[in-house]
Write a protein of this length. Structure first.
Lengths: 296, 259
């Protein structure tokens, strides 16, 4: 039972981190209709900056720098690549982002090499006990931080002018432009926000119990894709639920791996994708994907 | 107060020419109607003015669009709104998944907060029904209410010129009459209106001057009253025929109903 609770808490925590990544993914899709396959490389870039800078300027400034770099990088991708290819269809743009991802990831893995870079975070490997359940401090911090960021984001999305502009654009870009919404800015801000969220996620993917940032870190980010898709690609709520589903599934499957040997080793890595496929078979638009709402 | 002028406007969608040299004038404070059959280029004209041609892969090949002498052609849609020209698109296009209140807020996004708050008051007075439904998703409003919302949303930007594309299309006659009355009220408050309408009778009763578009060019123009009286307009658009109708034979009453 204690094992189960421990796995559950860890799953929720990592799920919240996946939700951060998936949220960025969904925001970009809503604002620009582009599926951003370069998301993992933005995440890797943010994490890389934190890992390289923390020794020189301290952890917190390094974290801010990492967030800023990922946000600017996201904005640059939008400005230099997506905006210039307005004529292309969204499918083509999605493939263009795969190209961007390969370029960025190759350069970053070249720089990282075979190293495993510590993130220099203040939590280290401390473990706290919630009643009888031992939980790594990093996992708790991840959970709280992700929950806070998500709350702030959702409130902004619901109540600020930026949020209204974003939702109007998601629903009907042409009409949003007729309202005086500057579509370029909406798209640029979506990419920047997604980059910033990804950088925070990168931090928590690479701290204890993970040894640190290595060149495989962007693979972990790939698990946010099933999270975004099973939740419904255009739903922020879906991104959150999807993130948690993927996180908990992965944690439980990995934790009980020894009882599941008939499925082979490494079922934890595969499970999120199996869940995604199962959900899409039942609900093709994802759990919270758009249902048509219209009356004539 | 502002005067909108269109000079020798030519618009292409790829290889297809949609407008070939249209000139018109919307004087300050006037209601000007644009009539014409489907495909004559009425919507294209409004899109060219509001800067949304690019969404349809269209482009202005030649000509000018000016507001009080300041060039509008070439500006993006958001910039045109800031100049004081707003466009209520055909089919209303409300943001169905957002609430009525959020739709109105979206309309004021390009405007300073103060001005938007004042416009909000005006819209509340003009359309009390929208205030009652402010928290409902716009997609659940009736067609007429959606049209009111679309117009109210456009007024949030405090426009000096309002472009209306088929505002009464698909509405019940009573609702169409209410929309027409609203357009009069908006104009009386000082906003010029460029009105595209298929319902020629409604359009000519609202407008002081009208243009008739045919295959991308102005086929006829004149004061609304003169056009309404013109035989050609009556015959082609109002469905009034000068010929004596073919002999109408009184039909024998159906026995079942005659009792």
């Amino acid at each position: 039972m204690i094992t189960f609770l421990e796995l559950l808490v860890n799953g929720i925590s990592i799920g919240a981190v996946y939700a951060l990544i998936a949220l960025g993914f969904v925001v970009i899709f809503k604002a620009t209709d582009v599926v951003n396959f370069a998301h993992a490389s933005l995440l890797l870039a943010g994490g890389y900056v934190v890992a390289r800078l923390h020794a020189a300027i301290g952890f917190w400034p390094a974290l801010l720098a990492g967030i800023a770099v990922a946000a600017v990088l996201g904005a640059l991708v939008e400005f230099l690549v997506i905006r210039r290819s307005k004529a292309a269809t969204h499918g083509v743009l999605a493939i263009v982002t795969i190209g961007v991802d390969i370029v960025l990831t190759t350069e970053l893995t070249r720089r990282i090499g075979a190293e495993v870079l510590a993130m220099g975070d203040p939590w280290g490997s401390r473990v706290v006990h919630l009643g009888p359940v031992p939980v790594a401090e990093t996992r708790l911090v991840a959970l709280v931080t992700a929950a806070l960021l998500i709350a702030v984001f959702l409130l902004a999305f619901k109540f600020t002018g930026w949020g209204v502009a974003m939702r109007a654009t998601a629903e009907d870009p042409e009409t949003a432009a007729l309202m005086g919404v500057r579509l370029g800015r909406v798209s640029l801000s979506a990419w920047a926000v997604a980059g910033a969220l990804a950088a925070v996620a990168a931090l928590f993917l690479c701290v204890f119990p993970t040894p640190g940032l290595d060149r495989g870190a962007s693979f972990a980010a790939l698990k946010a894709f099933p999270a975004a898709i099973l939740g419904g690609l255009d739903s922020t709520t879906g991104a959150l639920v999807g993130g948690l589903v993927v996180g908990v599934t992965e944690a439980l499957m990995t934790g009980y791996q020894n009882d599941l040997t008939f499925l082979g080793r490494g079922i934890g890595d595969v499970a999120p994708f199996l869940v995604m496929i199962a959900i899409l078979l039942l609900r093709p638009a994802g759990l919270f994907g758009t249902k048509e709402l219209a009356r004539v | 107060m502002a005067e909108l002028t269109v000079g020798d406007l030519v618009v292409d969608y790829g290889p297809v020419r949609a407008l070939s040299g249209v000139s018109m004038r919307v004087p300050s404070g006037a209601v000007v109607a644009v009539l014409g059959a489907n495909g004559a280029g009425k919507t294209t004209l409004l899109r060219a003015i509001s800067g949304t041609l690019r969404f349809q892969r269209g482009r202005i090949a030649r000509g000018t669009i000016e507001l009080d002498g300041a060039r509008l052609s070439g500006l993006g849609a958001a910039a045109v709104v800031r100049c004081g020209v707003t466009h209520v698109p055909e089919g209303r296009r409300v943001f169905a998944r957002m609430t009525v209140e959020e739709n109105l807020r979206a309309g004021g996004l390009g405007t300073p907060r103060r001005a938007a708050a004042e416009a909000r008051e005006r819209v509340r007075e003009l359309f009390p029904v929208l205030a009652e439904r402010s928290r409902q998703p716009a997609g659940l409003l009736s067609g007429g209410e959606q049209q009111m919302l679309a117009i109210g949303r456009a007024l949030m930007a405090g426009p000096s010129v309002l472009l209306l594309d088929e505002p009464t299309l698909g509405l019940a006659p009573q609702m169409a009459a209410r929309i027409a009355a609203t357009i009069r009220a908006i104009n009386a408050a000082g906003t010029s209106v460029l009105l595209v309408e298929q319902n020629v009778a409604t359009a000519l009763s609202l407008a002081s001057y009208a243009y008739v578009l045919e295959v991308g060019g102005v086929a006829m123009e004149g004061p609304a009253a003169a056009l309404a009286a013109s035989d050609e307009v009556r015959r082609r658009y109002l469905g009034v025929s000068d010929e004596t109708p073919a002999e109408v034979r009184p039909r024998a009453a159906l026995p079942r109903w005659s009792a």
